[in-house]
Design a binder for this molecule. Structure first.
Ligand SMILES: Cc1ncc(C[n+]2csc(CCOP(=O)(O)OP(=O)(O)O)c2C)c(N)n1
Length: 628
């Protein structure tokens, strides 16, 4: 029988010998590989921290002590070590374990994560709360952050405060040189220098020891004050940057050596102040295909363990992401002012197409959405035409930059917002549920929502002819398989911004984005009930196409709106506002995502569960018509 099945974890970890701990690491890896091969998920990140997870749980007493996993996509081993082996196969499935740490799932999940670079701030909060508590033995706090997540500004805000407060917090920097792809930035180069000069660390400790032992001098050197010590440090201290911020820097430690990790963690936990423990790991460790192709295995769909290959879905429609990436390259060929910006999501957003063809006009700024938008604003102010390609959920990070740096100044930045709507297995941290609501209130911002991948290309071309800021939001996954525009031409400056797809006199279905297909199918269902619906594709949500929409509203006795965004404050709300503005009394139903965080699970299942289906659209329309 496996150790994994016999142990009472995490408590039993403390009584295992080094050989058994290594055996446990092997078993955890096998469990993760086998499960992710069936359900998909973040494989490489979790395989890289198996030894770290074991060492942390062996040295800490969770849940009294807290481990904060940055992003949390690497927490699978932690889940297996904290009583979730029996349900591990349900991970990312509807009703099953979350793919990220989640406080409601386990006491051992000290903090819920999913978005990057939060772990230091949260760690400082937990550690300061422990200092303020009357507990006899306040909980210790370890934040685990990747080198990719360390490109995010929030991490530095946390380090800044921890250094200032001298917070007793251990930050484990899990350095595998990778974000989703190869990490970028000056900090990454700095870490890489630290990694390649590990002898410096030993040298420093030797030197400190030797100076301290010089009879009569050593103690004085360290007592004389910081000046001399700083001189010694300046010459030799690796991690100087962190030391200057008030952290004790320990590193670089082999992140796959449990014994060494434990020893260094003990040392770090004994320091009364902030510590940065820099460890070096291999992403995908222990599974050859993932070690060779870490980007491919960062997050994967189900695959064959033997070959590492994912079953190809042949003959499927092109994804929205791909349609965007291709169109952008075509447009960039014609206009040298077009540049593309991503916050560490080149492949995810399709911006890798631009990277390949125009590398000098492609910018990966790291996991720094706020900076990405500020940077775009600067480029636009200087006459460039930047396109920020970003997931809806991560654009939340850059809201102030959208308002203050871009829209207030009417700068021509295009926001290409991917994964707008539900995303499925990644769940509530990643659903793009809110962008229509939070963007619709921003003056000067045009919001386009295409009904299919062809319209996405046309609207992108249109956005790039406009003088002000434009957001285009589109969903995750495949398009509808419609023919793509060739040649790719913009719409005229006057639109049309609404498109009547079919006409009927009984009810008006105003739909946007993925809602259009639902409305179209609902109209067919309604016909079976003798109800004739007008179906309208609203491709510009903001500013509302007042003239066209008012005329349509006036001509129909009832209206149903359909959007894949929260029903609070989104497209439907804009239609209700218009009804009121025009003093029109019409029974109305707003269909969209519920006013709640939607759980994780397969997309079709989630859509059914929340009632985002053509049947529900038809039902609600029937209800309104019959109540007439
Ligand atoms: C705010 C935000 N932007 C983008 C992402 C998408 N994302 C998830 S993991 C990741 C890379 C993280 O790299 P690192 O911290 O080094 O961890 P590793 O995967 O290498 O273990 C990115 C960009 C995110 N989770 N949050």
């Amino acid at each position: 029988m496996r150790l994994l099945d016999q142990l009472d974890l995490p408590a039993d970890l403390r009584r295992l010998d080094p050989v058994e701990l290594r055996q446990l690491a092997v078993e955890i890896r096998e469990e993760i590989i086998s499960t992710v091969s069936q359900v998909g998920g973040h494989l490489g990140p979790s395989l890289g921290v198996v030894e770290l997870s074991i060492a942390l749980h062996a040295e800490l007493h969770s849940p009294e002590d807290h481990i904060v996993w940055d992003v949390g996509h690497q927490s699978y081993a932690h889940k297996l070590l904290t009583g979730r082996l029996g349900v591990f196969s349900t991970i990312r499935r509807k009703g099953g374990l979350s793919g990220f740490p989640k406080r409601s799932e386990s006491d051992h999940d000290a903090f819920g994560t999913g978005h990057s670079s939060t772990s230091v701030s949260v760690g400082v909060g937990l550690a300061e709360a422990a200092r303020l508590s009357d507990a006899r033995r306040p909980g210790r706090v370890v934040s685990v952050i990747g080198d990719g997540a360390l490109t995010g500004g929030m991490a530095y805000e946390g380090l800044n405060q921890a250094g200032h407060l001298h917070t007793p917090l251990v930050v484990v920097l899990n350095d595998n040189e990778m974000s989703i792809k190869k990490n970028v930035g000056a900090m990454s180069s700095y870490l890489s220098r630290l990694r390649t000069e590990p002898h410096l660390y030993r040298l420093r400790r030797d030197l400190e020891r030797r100076v301290q032992h010089l009879p009569g001098i050593g103690e004085r050197v360290f007592a004389v004050g910081e000046q001399v010590k700083d001189g010694v440090k300046g010459a030799l201290v690796p991690g100087m940057l962190f030391e200057e911020l008030g952290f004790t820097y320990i590193g670089v430690v082999d992140g796959h050596d449990i014994g060494s990790l434990r020893a260094h963690l003990r040392r770090a936990l004994a320091v009364r102040g902030p510590v940065l423990l820099h460890i070096k790991t291999v992403k995908g460790k222990g599974y050859a295909p993932a070690e060779i192709a870490p980007e491919r295995f960062h997050g994967t769909s189900p695959f064959s363990v033997e070959t590492g290959l994912v079953a190809k879905s042949l003959g499927r429609p092109m994804s929205y992401t791909e349609a965007f990436g291709r169109a952008l390259v075509a447009l960039a060929r014609e206009d040298r002012r077009i540049v593309g910006i991503t916050a560490a999501m080149a492949a995810g957003t399709g911006l890798d197409h631009l990277e390949r063809e125009f590398p000098e006009r492609f910018f990966d700024v790291g996991i720094a959405e706020g900076h990405a938008v500020g940077f775009a604003a600067g480029l636009a102010a200087a006459g460039m035409h930047p396109v920020v390609a970003v997931y809806s959920t991560f654009l939340q990070r850059a809201y102030d930059q959208v308002i203050h740096d871009v829209c207030l100044q009417k700068l021509p930045v295009v926001f290409a917002i991917d994964r707008a709507g539900l995303v499925g297995e990644d769940g509530p941290t990643h659903h793009g549920s809110f962008d229509l609501s939070f963007l619709r209130v921003v003056p000067n911002l045009t919001i386009f929502v295409p009904k299919d991948e062809a319209e996405l290309q046309t609207l992108l071309a249109t956005a790039l002819t406009m003088r002000g800021p434009v957001a285009i939001r589109y969903p995750r996954g495949e398009g509808l398989g419609v023919p793509l525009p060739d040649p790719l031409l913009p719409l005229p400056a006057t639109g049309p911004w609404t498109e009547v797809l079919s006409e009927g006199t009984d009810v008006l279905l105003l739909a946007t984005g993925t809602g259009v297909e639902l409305a179209r199918r609902a109209a067919l269902l309604l016909r079976d009930h003798g109800v004739e619906a007008t179906v309208v594709n609203v491709r510009r949500v903001s500013p509302p196409d007042r003239g066209a929409l008012s005329a349509l509203l006036e001509a129909h006795p009832a209206v149903v709106t359909v959007e894949e965004n929260t029903i609070v404050g989104g497209f439907g709300s804009s239609v209700l506002e218009l009804l009121q503005e025009q003093r029109l009394r019409r029974p109305a139903a707003v269909i969209g995502l519920p006013a709640a965080f939607v759980a994780h699970g397969d997309l079709a299942g989630l859509h059914r569960e929340i009632g985002f289906t053509s049947e529900v659209v038809a039902d609600r329309a029937l209800g309104l018509v019959r109540a007439e």
